[in-house]
Design a binder for this molecule. Sequence first.
Ligand SMILES: [Zn+2]
Length: 279
Amino acid sequence: MAWFQKTKKGLAPKEKAEVPDGLWLKCENCNEIIFRKELQKNRFVCQKCRFHFRIGSRDYIELLLDEGSFREFNVDLISVDPLKFKDTKRYTDRLQAAVKKTGINEAIRTGIGTVDGRKIVFGVMDFEFFGGSVGSVVGEKIVRAVERAREQKYPLVLVSASGGMRMQEGMFSLMQMAKTACALSEYAKEKLPFISILTHPTTGGTTASFSMLGDVIIAEPGALIGFAGPRVIKQTIGQDLPPGFQRSEFLLQHGFLDMIVDRSRLKDTVSLMLKHLCD
Ligand SMILES: [Zn+2]
């Protein structure tokens, strides 16, 4: 099957899964061939070079919350097409395809769960749904989650994975930056903690709004985090960019992040952080 896809031009490319299918996988960073089950056991982190494969919202729910504790809310909020937008395909068709591909209704899932027994409001974005882009529904779901956390006095933990705002919704999507930022500033008045976890990639409008507004900002190793992409910046300023530009390690050095945490220690770190901030 793979041969045909390689040799015959014009065939539709296979949609890229979060982690490619197959019994054996090749690490994108060090080329190590890894047994899938082994990789799964290690939460999709290469044991040789610590490369973090991208994982989806379901995986983060399992990784960070106590087993079976997640109660999702606002599941049925779905996007409309306010601009009747069409490029090569209609926006509504793209949405339907994304729902079919991922089994979720939008690029974020929000709900209440527990971390080592402590109740939190939890939101997790899913890059597989429309590149994790933020449209009106993603913004609304975040605001509702923040408001729920404020009303019930729960800490808020948000996992970002996004290519930016959803351009098919034009200004409606851009407004979500201000909307989510406003909700978070109201939340902050209650002196409740917001832990923001940035995964690969966290780019565009998310970094210009909610993702960077955490009281504590944690990133996974090697994640691409930035507003405009390196190519655009290079063209604009006409200079070569330093090595490692816009990766977690670079951002930590320049004061944008509080810490970089390996996926294997993510839950313990969040739990400890919540203990420090809430008890
Ligand atoms: Zn590797």
